[in-house]
Design a protein around this ligand. Structure first.
Ligand code: ZN
Ligand code: ZN
Length: 137
């Protein structure tokens, strides 16, 4: 399917082709730290289809414990996490962060990576009190 999206401030926008079946959740500790969240959801683009429509992401080259380098793209103005990808030239695939995609309500994860570092409570969200908006404290 065709997907498109943008960062929170609108500086960076993009489009790509991606198979919804590749939507997945990653629980690795790097994703937890870099996203500032307990887990991160991604969809993998078809190689060579990721296109920047506006703006220029800042790229952080992350070296994994394995030695593999992954480029992490985010908006230089608002900090929205946009994607990760491999080092090198196109055609390559991008793992786009679900939260930045306009069609995210249609995308449901099919796999969970790195469950050994998963925060246990994410499996019990239904047991946590729910409200439609944030309560005054
Ligand atoms: Zn932005
Ligand atoms: Zn991860």
């Amino acid at each position: 399917m065709k997907i498109d999206g943008r960062c929170h401030c609108g500086h960076v926008s993009f489009e790509a082709e991606a198979d919804p079946e590749t939507t997945a959740v990653c629980n690795c500790t790097d994703c937890q730290t870099i996203s500032g969240a307990p887990l991160r959801a991604n969809i993998l683009t078809r190689p060579g289809t990721f296109l920047l429509l506006s703006g220029e992401p800042t790229v952080y080259a992350k070296t994994a414990d394995s030695g593999a380098i992954r480029l992490q793209g985010f908006c230089p103005r608002c900090g929205t996490a946009l994607y990760s990808t491999s080092v090198g030239d196109d055609p390559k695939a991008y793992a786009i962060r679900l939260g930045a995609i306009r069609q995210r309500n249609e995308l449901v994860p099919h796999k969970q990576w790195f469950v050994r570092s998963q925060q246990a409570w994410v499996n019990n969200l239904d047991s946590i009190q729910k409200f439609d908006k944030m309560q005054p404290r």
